[in-house]
Design a protein around this ligand. Structure first.
Ligand code: FE2
Length: 291
């Protein structure tokens, strides 16, 4: 297994690994070592993984979310019959492109804001694994990633001191409205309450800035001051020197560390072009045991 750095220093393409094959324990350890060095890793295949292969590989990296984490009011059935798969396509349960008034489409467009997956949950996402099944004819838009370890490191020392003990509240519904979606219904709000996390995530002696468009305010500060600080940190962390943009090919699986990066989808003609990408999400704790 070889990791070849791509783009900036935090992304790599991993060669010599087929995710549809059952990996030996040594291979898994080797991959985890690569992922520890490169929080964005790309594995290319000629054809997409099946959903079953995608899920079983994801389980090798950690506990996988296997039930819905929130409710979208009035939405139809899931297109993909596995709760482990988050359907990030623009397709409804019939396989057709979403209707204009489908809330799921409006909410998915908010993924164009910088975020880290599931920061709105107390049991945060660790690894996300996004698999490309079908793309627009020109390959479609890239997914952009921001290196939150490098961003933290580059912060002025007085800012590091300022944010060291602060906590942000994260709400899925806050970012949906910020991204142009409709206000959440009472049913939606009840299905996923907000969660609070420190602004700085530390693991193994390394620190990363932990912010996202889900972050609505700073718990310890007046709302307006906290909002201004979050805006400043988001702008700082998404400067060009911290960004890698992944240009997709069908069959790609991109694995990223949500505790060391942010990401965003980019716009495309989602009323006319099909983009079928599917995600699994590993969690800090086993969802079956955590709340
Ligand atoms: Fe995401």
């Amino acid at each position: 297994m070889i990791a070849g750095q791509i783009g900036k220093s935090f992304a790599a393409e991993v060669y010599g690994i087929d995710l549809w094959q059952k990996l030996a324990p040594d291979d898994i350890q080797e991959l985890k070592t690569i992922l520890d060095r490169y929080p964005v890793a790309v594995v290319r295949h000629d054809t997409p993984l099946t959903d079953e292969e995608h899920i079983s590989f994801s389980r090798l990296l950690g506990p996988v979310e296997s039930k819905p984490v929130l409710t979208t009011s009035g939405s139809g059935k899931n297109r993909i019959p596995h709760f482990e798969i988050i359907d990030q396509s623009n397709l409804d349960e019939t396989g057709g492109i979403y209707a204009d008034d489908d809330r799921r489409l409006a909410f998915k467009r908010a993924n164009r804001l910088w975020h880290t997956d599931m920061s709105f949950h107390s049991n945060r996402a660790t690894w996300s694994l996004l698999s490309a099944h079908a793309l627009p004819s020109d390959g479609g838009p890239p997914t952009e990633f921001a290196n939150m370890r490098a961003a933290y490191k580059a912060l002025p020392e007085d800012m590091k001191r300022k944010i060291g003990r602060l906590t942000a509240e994260h709400s899925y519904w806050y970012s949906r409205v910020a991204g142009g979606g409709p206000p959440a219904t009472a049913e939606e709000l009840a299905s996923r309450p907000p969660a609070r996390h420190p602004l700085v995530h530390e693991r193994g002696g390394r620190k990363a800035l932990y912010v996202a468009s889900h972050a609505s305010h700073i718990v310890e500060w007046p709302e307006e001051d906290g909002r201004a600080l979050l805006d400043e940190l988001m702008a700082f962390a998404t400067q060009p020197q911290f960004i890698y943009a992944h240009q997709w090919q069908v069959g790609d699986v991109v694995i990223w560390d949500n505790l060391a990066t942010m990401h965003r989808a980019r716009p495309f003609d989602d009323r006319n072009q099909i983009r079928d990408v599917r995600r699994t999400t590993c969690r800090e704790a086993d969802p079956a045991e955590a709340s």
